[in-house]
Design a protein around this ligand. Sequence first.
Ligand code: KIV
Length: 282
Amino acid sequence: MPSKLIQEEMSTANTVSKTKVTTHVLQEMKLKGEKIAMLTAYDFSFAKILDDSGIDIILVGDSASNVMAGFDSTLPITLNDMIYHASSVVRAAKRPLVVVDLPFGTYQGNSKEALSSAIRIMKESGANAVKMEGGSEIIESVKRIISAGIPVMGHLGLTPQSIHKFGTYVVRATNEEEADQLRRDADLLEEAGCFGIILEKIPADLAGEVTEEVKIPVIGIGAGGQVDGQVLVLHDMLGITQDFSPRFLRRYHNLKEEIMGSVQAYITDVKSKDFPNEREQY
Ligand code: KIV
């Protein structure tokens, strides 16, 4: 049996670089053409698995409202909820950059309110950055948050916090007018000092164009392969959630089926008095 020190060294050698991912590291990755891998997480245990797997960015998304709390949109989740999820993730995430969504209603009012929401997230969760949905309409808030030293990631295209304005989750920016607005918004976010932009559910060629145009990393979800990196909702790509199957979602696992298999085996063992056996008791 190797000593504890050797075991630690062996486990470090088996994993990817332990250098903390910062916004500067992401910028260098873009320059080198190295793709950025981002996934959501909302709790300590999954964040630990993502960290151990070598993920570059963990997004504490307001998709927690759907995935964790069971709401049918991202609107109901609160700032306190997001801080709870984010601080659980931060306790596990040593290497990845941790980005946290500012939830609906905490930044759209005015830039002062936006700054105090962002400060609460950074102070109370220990996260590294915040993400905000929108372009020109929130640019004053974006600037004010960045001027306080808080890194901001933008989010354009399909912006789920505006679902009641659009009424559907269909592909965005498919006509020239919307595409032009998106290009302008991406430029504005870059000029304001955002360190990156998420593009959700827009045509691949438009996403490629924006990625070439701006110097900051662009991460896509349903935005094709010409971007600098990809993000998916963890529970969707693992097959824990099954009622959401957009074209862009690649399922890497059918975890719901596997978990159900284990739970059903446990139920059978309990009911048949097979569990616990002699070796499983004191
Ligand atoms: O909340 C979230 O999970 C997101 C991703 C879908 C980008 O914003």
